[in-house]
Design a protein. Structure first.
Ligand SMILES: Cc1cc2nc3c(=O)[nH]c(=O)nc-3n(C[C@H](O)[C@H](O)[C@H](O)COP(=O)(O)O)c2cc1C
Length: 317
Protein backbone atom coordinates (compact mmCIF):
# COMPACT_ATOMS: atom_id res chain seq x y z
CA UNK A 1 0.00 0.00 0.00
CA UNK A 2 1.18 3.50 -0.81
CA UNK A 3 -0.36 6.53 0.87
CA UNK A 4 -0.69 9.55 -1.39
CA UNK A 5 -2.91 12.61 -0.91
CA UNK A 6 -4.86 10.74 1.76
CA UNK A 7 -5.51 7.77 -0.57
CA UNK A 8 -4.40 4.20 -0.12
CA UNK A 9 -3.03 3.15 -3.48
CA UNK A 10 -1.66 -0.20 -4.61
CA UNK A 11 1.68 1.35 -5.58
CA UNK A 12 3.53 4.55 -6.47
CA UNK A 13 3.74 4.15 -10.26
CA UNK A 14 1.17 6.35 -12.00
CA UNK A 15 -0.23 6.79 -15.50
CA UNK A 16 0.51 10.30 -16.84
CA UNK A 17 -2.18 12.52 -18.34
CA UNK A 18 -2.05 12.28 -22.12
CA UNK A 19 -4.52 14.15 -24.31
CA UNK A 20 -6.24 11.83 -26.77
CA UNK A 21 -4.82 8.78 -25.00
CA UNK A 22 -5.73 8.45 -21.32
CA UNK A 23 -9.44 7.96 -21.95
CA UNK A 24 -11.54 6.04 -19.46
CA UNK A 25 -11.01 2.75 -21.37
CA UNK A 26 -7.24 3.27 -21.49
CA UNK A 27 -7.17 4.07 -17.76
CA UNK A 28 -9.05 0.83 -17.07
CA UNK A 29 -6.46 -1.05 -19.11
CA UNK A 30 -3.66 0.62 -17.10
CA UNK A 31 -5.36 -0.35 -13.82
CA UNK A 32 -5.69 -3.93 -15.04
CA UNK A 33 -1.91 -3.84 -15.51
CA UNK A 34 -1.35 -2.54 -11.92
CA UNK A 35 -0.96 1.18 -12.42
CA UNK A 36 -1.36 2.77 -8.97
CA UNK A 37 -3.20 5.94 -10.05
CA UNK A 38 -4.18 7.45 -13.40
CA UNK A 39 -4.72 10.94 -14.71
CA UNK A 40 -7.45 11.96 -17.12
CA UNK A 41 -6.59 13.86 -20.27
CA UNK A 42 -6.39 17.60 -19.63
CA UNK A 43 -9.86 19.12 -19.51
CA UNK A 44 -10.71 22.75 -20.28
CA UNK A 45 -11.82 24.57 -17.13
CA UNK A 46 -13.59 27.14 -19.33
CA UNK A 47 -15.47 24.39 -21.16
CA UNK A 48 -16.59 22.78 -17.91
CA UNK A 49 -17.79 26.03 -16.43
CA UNK A 50 -19.64 26.90 -19.65
CA UNK A 51 -21.40 23.54 -19.35
CA UNK A 52 -20.02 22.28 -22.65
CA UNK A 53 -21.34 18.73 -23.07
CA UNK A 54 -18.28 17.42 -24.94
CA UNK A 55 -15.91 18.80 -22.31
CA UNK A 56 -17.92 17.26 -19.48
CA UNK A 57 -17.69 13.85 -21.17
CA UNK A 58 -13.98 13.83 -20.28
CA UNK A 59 -14.77 13.79 -16.55
CA UNK A 60 -14.22 10.51 -14.73
CA UNK A 61 -17.12 8.50 -13.39
CA UNK A 62 -17.89 5.18 -11.79
CA UNK A 63 -15.76 2.97 -9.67
CA UNK A 64 -12.46 3.92 -11.28
CA UNK A 65 -12.80 7.22 -9.42
CA UNK A 66 -10.96 6.06 -6.35
CA UNK A 67 -7.72 6.02 -8.31
CA UNK A 68 -8.20 8.89 -10.75
CA UNK A 69 -6.84 12.41 -10.80
CA UNK A 70 -8.85 14.74 -13.01
CA UNK A 71 -6.65 17.29 -14.76
CA UNK A 72 -7.88 20.82 -15.52
CA UNK A 73 -6.28 23.53 -17.60
CA UNK A 74 -7.08 27.22 -17.54
CA UNK A 75 -5.65 30.49 -16.29
CA UNK A 76 -8.36 32.46 -14.48
CA UNK A 77 -8.57 31.83 -10.73
CA UNK A 78 -12.40 32.01 -10.66
CA UNK A 79 -12.74 29.68 -13.64
CA UNK A 80 -10.35 27.13 -12.19
CA UNK A 81 -12.12 27.40 -8.83
CA UNK A 82 -15.52 26.78 -10.42
CA UNK A 83 -14.16 23.97 -12.59
CA UNK A 84 -12.57 22.39 -9.51
CA UNK A 85 -15.99 22.47 -7.81
CA UNK A 86 -17.48 20.67 -10.83
CA UNK A 87 -14.63 18.15 -10.84
CA UNK A 88 -15.13 17.58 -7.12
CA UNK A 89 -18.66 16.33 -7.80
CA UNK A 90 -17.25 13.46 -9.87
CA UNK A 91 -15.73 10.26 -8.52
CA UNK A 92 -12.18 11.57 -9.04
CA UNK A 93 -10.06 11.52 -5.88
CA UNK A 94 -7.66 14.29 -6.87
CA UNK A 95 -8.02 17.56 -8.76
CA UNK A 96 -4.87 18.34 -10.72
CA UNK A 97 -4.06 21.60 -12.47
CA UNK A 98 -1.93 21.58 -15.61
CA UNK A 99 0.97 24.01 -15.38
CA UNK A 100 3.29 22.17 -17.74
CA UNK A 101 1.68 21.89 -21.16
CA UNK A 102 3.95 23.61 -23.73
CA UNK A 103 1.53 23.36 -26.69
CA UNK A 104 1.19 26.75 -28.41
CA UNK A 105 -2.60 26.86 -28.37
CA UNK A 106 -2.64 26.32 -24.59
CA UNK A 107 0.30 28.57 -23.70
CA UNK A 108 -0.98 31.41 -25.92
CA UNK A 109 -4.11 31.58 -23.79
CA UNK A 110 -1.99 31.87 -20.62
CA UNK A 111 -2.63 28.27 -19.48
CA UNK A 112 -0.36 25.24 -19.06
CA UNK A 113 3.35 26.01 -18.85
CA UNK A 114 2.72 29.75 -19.39
CA UNK A 115 1.73 29.84 -15.72
CA UNK A 116 5.30 29.01 -14.69
CA UNK A 117 6.24 32.50 -15.89
CA UNK A 118 3.60 34.02 -13.60
CA UNK A 119 4.30 32.82 -10.04
CA UNK A 120 1.88 35.37 -8.58
CA UNK A 121 -0.91 34.06 -10.80
CA UNK A 122 -0.05 30.50 -9.71
CA UNK A 123 -0.61 31.58 -6.10
CA UNK A 124 -3.97 33.21 -6.91
CA UNK A 125 -5.20 30.20 -8.88
CA UNK A 126 -4.17 27.69 -6.26
CA UNK A 127 -5.58 29.65 -3.34
CA UNK A 128 -8.89 29.95 -5.20
CA UNK A 129 -9.01 26.24 -6.08
CA UNK A 130 -7.73 24.87 -2.76
CA UNK A 131 -10.00 27.21 -0.81
CA UNK A 132 -13.07 25.96 -2.67
CA UNK A 133 -12.75 22.18 -2.67
CA UNK A 134 -12.23 19.53 -0.01
CA UNK A 135 -10.57 16.99 -2.29
CA UNK A 136 -6.78 17.25 -2.62
CA UNK A 137 -5.49 19.62 -5.29
CA UNK A 138 -2.21 18.82 -7.06
CA UNK A 139 -0.27 20.48 -9.89
CA UNK A 140 1.85 19.20 -12.74
CA UNK A 141 4.76 21.41 -13.77
CA UNK A 142 7.90 21.41 -15.88
CA UNK A 143 11.39 22.23 -14.64
CA UNK A 144 10.80 25.81 -15.79
CA UNK A 145 9.90 27.87 -18.83
CA UNK A 146 13.41 27.66 -20.29
CA UNK A 147 16.90 26.83 -19.10
CA UNK A 148 17.39 30.35 -17.73
CA UNK A 149 14.30 30.15 -15.57
CA UNK A 150 14.36 26.81 -13.80
CA UNK A 151 11.80 27.67 -11.12
CA UNK A 152 10.12 24.35 -10.34
CA UNK A 153 11.23 24.65 -6.69
CA UNK A 154 9.80 28.17 -6.42
CA UNK A 155 6.46 27.14 -7.95
CA UNK A 156 6.37 24.15 -5.59
CA UNK A 157 6.95 26.46 -2.62
CA UNK A 158 4.04 28.64 -3.73
CA UNK A 159 1.91 25.54 -4.22
CA UNK A 160 2.71 24.27 -0.73
CA UNK A 161 1.79 27.65 0.75
CA UNK A 162 -1.52 27.65 -1.13
CA UNK A 163 -2.74 24.28 0.13
CA UNK A 164 -1.65 21.97 -2.68
CA UNK A 165 -1.15 18.32 -1.64
CA UNK A 166 1.44 17.08 -4.17
CA UNK A 167 3.41 18.22 -7.21
CA UNK A 168 4.40 16.32 -10.34
CA UNK A 169 7.62 17.54 -11.95
CA UNK A 170 8.44 16.69 -15.58
CA UNK A 171 12.17 17.33 -15.77
CA UNK A 172 12.11 19.29 -19.04
CA UNK A 173 11.57 22.97 -19.67
CA UNK A 174 8.52 24.09 -21.62
CA UNK A 175 10.88 25.32 -24.36
CA UNK A 176 12.30 21.84 -24.71
CA UNK A 177 8.92 20.36 -25.55
CA UNK A 178 9.80 16.69 -25.83
CA UNK A 179 13.36 17.15 -27.09
CA UNK A 180 16.52 16.34 -25.15
CA UNK A 181 16.44 14.33 -21.97
CA UNK A 182 14.46 14.83 -18.78
CA UNK A 183 16.65 16.34 -16.06
CA UNK A 184 16.06 14.26 -12.96
CA UNK A 185 18.40 16.58 -11.05
CA UNK A 186 15.53 19.07 -11.00
CA UNK A 187 13.19 16.43 -9.59
CA UNK A 188 15.78 15.70 -6.88
CA UNK A 189 16.19 19.40 -6.09
CA UNK A 190 12.44 19.97 -5.76
CA UNK A 191 12.14 16.84 -3.59
CA UNK A 192 14.91 18.08 -1.28
CA UNK A 193 13.45 21.55 -1.00
CA UNK A 194 9.82 20.63 -0.29
CA UNK A 195 7.84 18.75 2.31
CA UNK A 196 5.23 17.89 -0.30
CA UNK A 197 5.22 14.48 -1.97
CA UNK A 198 6.84 14.92 -5.37
CA UNK A 199 5.96 12.77 -8.37
CA UNK A 200 8.86 12.51 -10.81
CA UNK A 201 8.21 12.26 -14.53
CA UNK A 202 10.16 12.02 -17.75
CA UNK A 203 11.65 9.32 -19.97
CA UNK A 204 11.02 6.31 -17.71
CA UNK A 205 10.98 3.23 -19.91
CA UNK A 206 11.72 0.21 -17.76
CA UNK A 207 11.56 -1.16 -14.20
CA UNK A 208 15.28 -0.34 -13.86
CA UNK A 209 14.64 3.30 -14.88
CA UNK A 210 11.90 3.55 -12.25
CA UNK A 211 14.03 2.06 -9.51
CA UNK A 212 16.92 4.38 -10.33
CA UNK A 213 14.65 7.43 -10.53
CA UNK A 214 13.05 6.75 -7.15
CA UNK A 215 16.39 6.06 -5.45
CA UNK A 216 18.41 8.85 -7.00
CA UNK A 217 15.84 11.65 -6.86
CA UNK A 218 14.13 10.59 -3.63
CA UNK A 219 10.74 11.41 -5.13
CA UNK A 220 7.68 9.74 -3.58
CA UNK A 221 6.21 8.35 -6.79
CA UNK A 222 6.78 8.26 -10.52
CA UNK A 223 4.55 8.94 -13.48
CA UNK A 224 4.84 7.21 -16.83
CA UNK A 225 3.64 8.70 -20.11
CA UNK A 226 4.81 7.48 -23.48
CA UNK A 227 6.16 4.13 -22.29
CA UNK A 228 2.67 3.38 -20.92
CA UNK A 229 1.38 3.10 -24.48
CA UNK A 230 2.43 -0.48 -23.92
CA UNK A 231 0.67 -0.64 -20.56
CA UNK A 232 2.21 -3.92 -19.44
CA UNK A 233 5.14 -1.78 -18.32
CA UNK A 234 3.11 -1.28 -15.11
CA UNK A 235 2.94 -5.05 -14.63
CA UNK A 236 6.67 -5.37 -15.32
CA UNK A 237 7.45 -2.67 -12.73
CA UNK A 238 5.11 -4.17 -10.12
CA UNK A 239 6.65 -7.62 -10.68
CA UNK A 240 10.18 -6.22 -10.36
CA UNK A 241 9.13 -4.42 -7.15
CA UNK A 242 7.95 -7.73 -5.69
CA UNK A 243 11.24 -9.34 -6.68
CA UNK A 244 9.52 -11.57 -9.23
CA UNK A 245 11.33 -12.83 -12.28
CA UNK A 246 11.22 -10.78 -15.48
CA UNK A 247 8.68 -12.27 -17.88
CA UNK A 248 7.84 -11.15 -21.41
CA UNK A 249 4.23 -10.18 -22.08
CA UNK A 250 3.21 -12.82 -24.59
CA UNK A 251 1.41 -12.20 -27.83
CA UNK A 252 -1.71 -14.09 -26.68
CA UNK A 253 -2.02 -11.80 -23.65
CA UNK A 254 -1.55 -8.76 -25.90
CA UNK A 255 -4.45 -10.13 -27.95
CA UNK A 256 -6.62 -10.42 -24.82
CA UNK A 257 -5.68 -6.86 -23.84
CA UNK A 258 -6.66 -5.61 -27.33
CA UNK A 259 -10.07 -7.32 -27.09
CA UNK A 260 -10.63 -5.96 -23.58
CA UNK A 261 -9.80 -2.42 -24.75
CA UNK A 262 -12.13 -2.81 -27.73
CA UNK A 263 -15.02 -3.90 -25.46
CA UNK A 264 -14.40 -0.93 -23.16
CA UNK A 265 -14.22 1.45 -26.14
CA UNK A 266 -17.55 0.24 -27.48
CA UNK A 267 -19.21 0.86 -24.10
CA UNK A 268 -17.61 4.31 -23.89
CA UNK A 269 -17.88 5.56 -27.46
CA UNK A 270 -20.41 3.31 -29.21
CA UNK A 271 -19.62 0.68 -31.85
CA UNK A 272 -18.43 2.73 -34.80
CA UNK A 273 -16.38 5.32 -32.94
CA UNK A 274 -15.17 2.72 -30.46
CA UNK A 275 -13.78 0.62 -33.32
CA UNK A 276 -12.18 3.56 -35.14
CA UNK A 277 -10.60 4.82 -31.91
CA UNK A 278 -8.89 1.44 -31.50
CA UNK A 279 -6.58 2.03 -34.47
CA UNK A 280 -3.96 3.95 -32.49
CA UNK A 281 -3.93 1.69 -29.41
CA UNK A 282 -3.70 -1.39 -31.64
CA UNK A 283 -0.66 0.13 -33.32
CA UNK A 284 1.03 0.74 -29.93
CA UNK A 285 0.18 -2.71 -28.60
CA UNK A 286 1.32 -4.60 -31.70
CA UNK A 287 4.61 -2.77 -32.19
CA UNK A 288 7.61 -5.07 -32.07
CA UNK A 289 5.67 -8.26 -32.76
CA UNK A 290 6.10 -10.03 -36.08
CA UNK A 291 3.41 -9.10 -38.60
CA UNK A 292 2.66 -5.81 -36.82
CA UNK A 293 2.90 -3.70 -39.98
CA UNK A 294 0.52 -5.93 -41.89
CA UNK A 295 -1.85 -6.02 -38.92
CA UNK A 296 -1.91 -2.22 -38.70
CA UNK A 297 -2.63 -1.84 -42.39
CA UNK A 298 -5.33 -4.52 -42.26
CA UNK A 299 -7.31 -2.83 -39.47
CA UNK A 300 -7.35 0.69 -40.87
CA UNK A 301 -10.34 -0.03 -43.09
CA UNK A 302 -12.34 -2.03 -40.55
CA UNK A 303 -15.42 -0.46 -39.06
CA UNK A 304 -17.30 -3.20 -37.21
CA UNK A 305 -16.46 -4.88 -33.90
CA UNK A 306 -16.81 -8.33 -35.51
CA UNK A 307 -14.27 -7.57 -38.24
CA UNK A 308 -11.85 -6.05 -35.75
CA UNK A 309 -12.19 -8.97 -33.32
CA UNK A 310 -11.43 -11.39 -36.16
CA UNK A 311 -8.33 -9.38 -37.17
CA UNK A 312 -7.11 -9.31 -33.56
CA UNK A 313 -7.66 -13.06 -33.21
CA UNK A 314 -5.70 -13.68 -36.42
CA UNK A 315 -2.84 -11.47 -35.19
CA UNK A 316 -2.69 -12.79 -31.63
CA UNK A 317 -2.91 -16.43 -32.68
C1 LIG B 1 0.42 12.57 -26.67
C2 LIG B 1 0.71 13.24 -25.34
C3 LIG B 1 -0.29 13.96 -24.71
C4 LIG B 1 -0.03 14.60 -23.48
N1 LIG B 1 -1.04 15.25 -22.85
C5 LIG B 1 -0.82 15.80 -21.62
C6 LIG B 1 -1.89 16.39 -20.88
O1 LIG B 1 -3.06 16.41 -21.30
N2 LIG B 1 -1.59 16.94 -19.66
C7 LIG B 1 -0.31 16.92 -19.14
O2 LIG B 1 -0.09 17.41 -18.05
N3 LIG B 1 0.70 16.34 -19.82
C8 LIG B 1 0.47 15.77 -21.02
N4 LIG B 1 1.50 15.12 -21.67
C9 LIG B 1 2.81 15.03 -21.01
C10 LIG B 1 2.93 13.72 -20.22
O3 LIG B 1 1.99 13.69 -19.16
C11 LIG B 1 4.34 13.57 -19.63
O4 LIG B 1 4.59 14.63 -18.77
C12 LIG B 1 5.41 13.52 -20.71
O5 LIG B 1 5.02 12.69 -21.79
C13 LIG B 1 6.77 13.05 -20.15
O6 LIG B 1 6.66 11.75 -19.65
P1 LIG B 1 7.18 10.46 -20.50
O7 LIG B 1 8.60 10.72 -20.86
O8 LIG B 1 7.00 9.30 -19.54
O9 LIG B 1 6.32 10.36 -21.72
C14 LIG B 1 1.26 14.51 -22.90
C15 LIG B 1 2.26 13.78 -23.54
C16 LIG B 1 2.00 13.13 -24.74
C17 LIG B 1 3.09 12.34 -25.40
Amino acid sequence: MFRFCGLELPNNVFLAPMAGITTRPFRAIAFSMESGLAWTEMISAEGLVRGDRKTRAFLPSGEEGGKVAVQLFGHRPETLRDAALIAEETSASIIDINMGCPVKKIVKGGSGAALMREPAAVGRILEAACGAVKKPVTIKIRSGWDERSLNAAEITRIAAGSGVSAVTVHGRTARQGFTGKADWGVVAEVTRSSELPIVGNGDLQSPADVERALTESGCAAVMIGRAALRPWIFRDIARAGRGEEKRAFPRTEVGRLMLHHLDLNIVEFGERRGVILMRRPLAWYSRGFSGAGLFRRSINELETPEALRAAIAAFAG
